[in-house]
Design a protein. Sequence first.
Length: 221
Amino acid sequence: MTKILLEIAIYMNNSGSIGITPVILLLAVMLIGVTAISVISGDTTDGEPFTGVDLEETVEDALNEITTYLSIKDTIGKYYGTPHNYKIERIAIMISPLVSQQISISDLTIKIDNGEDIRILTYNGSAEEIGSNSLFKHYIWDELTDNTYGYITTHDKDNSITVFDTINSNTDMAYIVIELPSSFSMKKGDDMTVTLFPETGIQKTVFLEVLDLPINKVISL
């Protein structure tokens, strides 16, 4: 049932017929109603009747699954190398929660797929403010490895990202920064998919494609 309601929410949001917040509220009411009927009727999925505690936990789990949704604000990369061998070795993906909620950024898993190989990246524990630093020259890059990523925050009023590794407002914004392994570096004509897996909620897949010639070293992907 949760899966069906989730598909309805995505369809309604994509169609523009209703905003995401009303959809969430609508689904909350629907979930409560469906689960309440199960409680009253004694329906069960494992032979045990539902209780009030079950109702609360079911609704909370379902809402977490629906609402833990990251919005992609920007995707950029930077060329490195010589003019005849330019390759994008660093990418930055700006994320922000779709609605104000508490999301643990330390539990995010990232999959990069270039069509020939797949690599799984985990958080290296580094989340720093952009401050007066240049994005692609920020010192945080020196802390990354081929299998990890970090965050550079651009808007975080209460420092929840840098101090607690948590996004808690829809105004919070941070770049996920990834130092691409040599086998994943991108040149003109290359593409890659980056999939974000939060601990709970909806995964987000971003398609990156290098279309521009390296006239400018920093380009949109």
